[in-house]
Design a protein around this ligand. Sequence first.
Ligand code: ADP
Length: 283
Amino acid sequence: MSVAVSLQNVCKTYDKTPVVDDLSFDIRSGEMFGLLGPNGAGKSTTIRMITTLTRPSSGRIEVAGCDTVRYRGQVKRRIGVVLQQISVDSDLTVWENMEFHGRLHHIPSPYRQKEIDRWLDYVELGDRRDSLAKTLSGGMKRRLQIARALLHEPEILFLDEPTVGLDPQTRRRLWEIIRDLNKQGMTMLLTTHYMDEVEYLCDRIGIMDGGKLIELGTLQDLKHRHGEGLVMKQTGDRWQYQFFPTVEEANSHLASLSDRTGMMARPTNLEDIFVELTGRELN
Ligand code: ADP
């Protein structure tokens, strides 16, 4: 399988402090890759480097085979970016936001108009084309951002916390859109604070902490590595976790104890592994 994004020994330093520290990993073509980590782990900085918004202090990043520093323009043409901050122009209409982006990317008319209609329909904003962006709900603005990021037909889409602050129904709708795009062959890198989002959407998961990649693999790989079964024990207001290779082994361990007060056995989930690795929960 070909490689869509490749990071080799990438570092980023601010004021002599390493924020991203010797990061190396690949994202395969067609893959949905999830980047997880506590606040300050370096996820946004990593996305900003891959999407050419900031340069690595050292190391090398290639997107679709192009070095992000040497071939910045080419890289920008081949990627779509949906950043954390809602970045639509609120004083323009939905359609004008799309038109502006289309012109920036030199997409010729009348093809541009056709594509704007197509993508607005795809994210179900066709009937809001003449609304000012500031009148849209949070979920609609996010869909507009996605439609706009897709207009110039990128090969790789970057989504930085795409569903933060959205209600559960709107999140689900966005998940469907994201999944459908991936099924159509789009490579995606997603950062999120939501474990269920990663479990539902991502083929592989990278966990960052302190600027380093501390875990990489499929959800199944991670469970296999850390243990598929778990015994939890409540002491005071804290829970202690003990991992076991299988749920059966966790169950038998629990059954073998004479005092099981405040204890339970269950299958491991991604959040358990995350907390085990980073020592803190996401907020
Ligand atoms: P995450 O997205 O995982 O929360 P970030 O990449 O935003 O992490 O930030 C990682 C660290 O880098 C944080 O400690 C943050 O304060 C620092 N940082 C990010 N951008 C800058 C900057 N432009 N100047 C100085 N420090 C920065």
